[in-house]
Structure formats: C-alpha cells, structure tokens
Write a protein that binds this ligand. Structure first.
Ligand code: ADP
Length: 430
C-alpha cells in the first residue's frame, strides 16, 4: 500500500478556484475574516515555488468561456493547488449562480470531483449577508426570486430559472439533487445523514439550502472532511473554524495585517457603475480630479501625457484620474466608437498611466472597475495579492509585488463601496 504523503507542516490548508477576479477577492476576504492568511493568485502561477499562506485562491476568468476551456483551466489550478499541499478544495462561483445554459458550474464541479476521486459535492451559492438565500432549491435575491432580480436580463449570464437544482441538472451529466433545509436546520449529523441518503440514491451534485450564516456554518461543519466544496463566498464562513478545531490553524488575529506601504497614491476610475459615479462626484467636490476623454484618446490626442502632467502639478495631494461618465454620455461614446473599442481605449490609457506612475514612485493605487482593475494589475506586473482588512464589505486592501517592490492595491468592482470609498481607502493605508 502506498502511503499518502503528509502535507508540509506549514503548507496551505485550503485551495480555492474562483471563476472571476472580484469573486476571488470576495472569497479571500471571507477567509481572512475567519483568521486565515490568504493569497490570491492571478491566473494559475507558472512557478511551483511554495506560497506562504493558510488559504490560496486562484482567480480565473472562466465564468463565461466555453465549458471545455473552463474545465481545463480549473484542472490546471487544482493541480497547482495540490502541489502546494492544500488539503481541501473549494470551487467559488457567483452568489447569483451566474452561468450559461452550457455551464460552467456543473461541468467544472464534475471535472474537479473526478480529479479529486470523490463522487459527491454540495453546491451552495447562498450569501445571506448579501441577501442571497436558497430555500427548497430556489435562489432568492433579497425578497425576490433570482429570475425577478434583474439577473434575468444579464447580458452574459441571464438567469431565467430560479430553481437552481434544475439549472445545475441542465448543465451536468450526473444526477443532481437537493440537500433540504429541514436536514440543515436539524444540525450537522442530520445534514450528513441526508447527504449520505442522496449519495446512496445516486445523486452526485446536491444544491444545499441555506438562509442564514448558521446554516452555512452547519454545512461547513458537516462537510469538514469533504475533498471539494462548491459555492459562493458565504459557504466558506465555517471553514476556518474546521481547521482550527483540527489543530491546523491558530487564532489568526494577524491574518488581515499588511505592512504599511509608503509612497505617493493615486485613484484611477474606469467604471461608470452607479456607485463609482457617486464616488467620483464626491471626490471632485474637494480634491483634484481629471477626466480622460475616450473620444480624445480615439483621436490620438496626448491624454495619458496630460494626466501625468496633472499628477505632477499636484505633488502635495492625491489625484483622481477618471473616465467615469453618466449613462447618456457613455452611450454616446459607445455608439460612436463601439463598446469594445471604447473600453479598450480607456483600459489601455489607465493601465499605461498606472505603469508610468509606479515608475515615478506611486505605491498605493485605488482602482474602480472590475475590468479596469484587471488591466491595471497586469500593467503593474502583479501576479499575486495578499489580502488585508476590508475597506468596505468585499473590498479589502491588498498587497502586491511589482518590479518596483511592494504595492498597496484597493481594487473595487463597479457597484461596491460607499460614497467616500476613495478617501476612506487612502486613510486606511497611509
Ligand atoms: P465595472 O466594475 O463598473 O463594470 P469595469 O472596469 O469592469 O467597471 O468596466 C467598465 C468598462 O467601461 C471598461 O472597459 C472601461 O474601459 C469602459 N469605460 C470606462 N469609461 C468609459 C467611457 N467614458 N466611455 C466608454 N467606455 C468607458
């Protein structure tokens, strides 16, 4: 009999695969909150060098790509996480179960199960703190069903069926089922018994009901030994405690602590989401800000150079450089340039500005916009982020290493954060 190698004493415990960037950060924040030192990797690392952390989260961009590609990328991430010594694995997707009719939640979950040699996993997108609950297999967003929440009109992943057992069944080639609320409310052992019954019936993937953090903690305890968990970030709430009970994790008071990063700061906004608009407007009331005009960029005008000059002219203050526009203005620019070209021009300009400012000594970046954040992080040459304390729910300060050394990065997807997010973020990392 071959002996299973014992993971190294300081090896990471939990290995996570997230199907998008901001979702990865959200999960990482949840784990840090539970006292796990967490590092987010941007794509599957090419180096097998060990990463010092309690939890690792590989951020893919696999939500809407063809299922076969999502499977291949997820398996590559799993192989890397296994090589790091992780003991348990987690597949993270959106709490609104964002997926297409072809997948990718079911196919990726199945492929990960096969690779881990397990024939049962739960799927639980519930995140009650954000209003996402699952009852009798139906997903609610606030007080309404998923298909009445606006998600039915999502451009890439329209969710028209609130019964996610059915949605998962349509995506999967194995039998799916429901781990009912009744068992979960009755506690850890009844939950395990109900799962064993489903498994005996041939169910391989089970949607788990959950309407509260207590339900998620019960699920976490019941599946402490499961090789694979799948869900939103909410399901991870109970996992740090499992590792602590097993004597594998300390109290974790320092998990969110990042070294202070000095140097100048800048705020870059490429998001026109409602929250970003309010944040830009709030900043402009009292701080220096310069707008980047996509039409001027398209005409080849020196917009980047003007932004850098503006930055130099305000040596004693932090500046905001933004492309954020009101919906009518955005629509007009997109009609003229095309949505994709407009987006690329703005992302390219903000990325070029970030790269140049890092060379000029800027070490703290507050960035608004999911895609914009991806472009900036790439331009800065950052491939991994240590996750710190939250600025607002779901948006932590992070520490990245670029060619110039430590960089503090606050990366905010469109609708996150309060109106004074930029100011508060800077006050926390100064
Ligand atoms: P969010 O997180 O709010 O969706 P993203 O950064 O993901 O923000 O996406 C916003 C997209 O809109 C980016 O591709 C960005 O380059 C583009 N964009 C930003 N400002 C403008 C503008 N004024 N006109 C056209 N496109 C813009």
């Amino acid at each position: 009999m071959t002996q299973k190698p014992e993971p190294a004493a300081n090896a990471p415990l939990l290995g996570c695969i997230a199907d998008d960037f901001t979702g990865a950060t959200d999960l990482a924040s949840m784990l840090v909150r539970g006292g796990m030192r967490t590092v987010q990797l941007i794509d599957v690392p090419t180096s097998a060098e060990p990463v010092a952390a309690d939890a690792l989260v590989v951020a893919l961009k696999s939500r809407t790509i063809p299922a076969a590609d999502a499977i291949a990328q997820s398996l590559a991430a799993l192989a890397w996480l296994k090589a790091q010594g992780c003991r348990q694995f987690y597949f993270k997707y959106c709490s609104t179960f964002d997926s297409t009719a072809e997948g990718n939640i079911g196919p990726v979950a199945q492929a990960l199960m096969d690779a881990l040699g397990t024939d049962f996993a739960i799927a639980c997108p519930a995140f009650p703190e954000n209003g996402r609950t699952v009852y009798r297999g139906y997903l609610f967003v606030g007080d309404v069903l998923l298909n009445e929440s606006g998600m039915e009109k999502h451009p890439l992943t329209p969710m028209t069926d609130p019964n996610i057992v059915r949605v998962l069944a349509a995506q999967s080639t194995v039998a799916t089922g429901l781990l009912r609320y009744d068992a979960i409310a009755a506690g850890e052992q009844p939950t395990r018994d109900a799962a064993a019954k489903l498994r005996a019936q041939g169910v391989r993937l089970a949607i788990a009901d959950a309407v509260s953090n207590d339900d998620l903690r019960t699920l976490g305890r019941a599946f402490a030994e499961a090789p694979l968990l799948t869900g939103g970030s909410g399901l991870a709430i109970g996992l740090p405690e499992n590792f602590r009970r097993a004597g594998l994790l300390g109290a974790g008071e320092q998990a969110a602590q990042l070294p202070a990063v000095g140097g100048r700061a800048v705020v870059l906004a490429g998001s026109s989401s409602r929250a970003s608009q309010a944040q830009v407007a709030h900043w402009r009331e009292s701080r220096p800000a310069l707008r980047l005009d996509p039409l001027a960029l398209a005409a080849g005008e020196p917009v980047v150079e003007a932004a850098l000059a503006f930055f130099e002219d305000h040596a004693n203050d932090t500046v905001l450089l933004y492309a954020t526009a009101a919906p009518e203005e955005l629509g007009a620019v997109q009609a003229q340039l095309g949505v994709e070209r407009a987006g690329q021009l703005v992302e390219g300009a903000l990325a070029a500005i970030a790269r140049e400012l890092a060379q000029r000594g800027v070490r703290r970046f507050v960035v608004a916009g999911g895609e914009t954040s991806g472009a900036v992080v790439q331009a800065l040459g950052v491939t991994r982020l240590r996750i710190g304390a939250p600025i607002d729910p779901g948006v932590p300060w992070t520490l990245g290493d670029g060619p110039q050394g430590h960089l503090a990065l606050a990366l905010k997807s469109g609708n996150f954060g309060g109106t004074d997010f930029f100011t508060r973020a800077l006050a926390l990392q100064s």
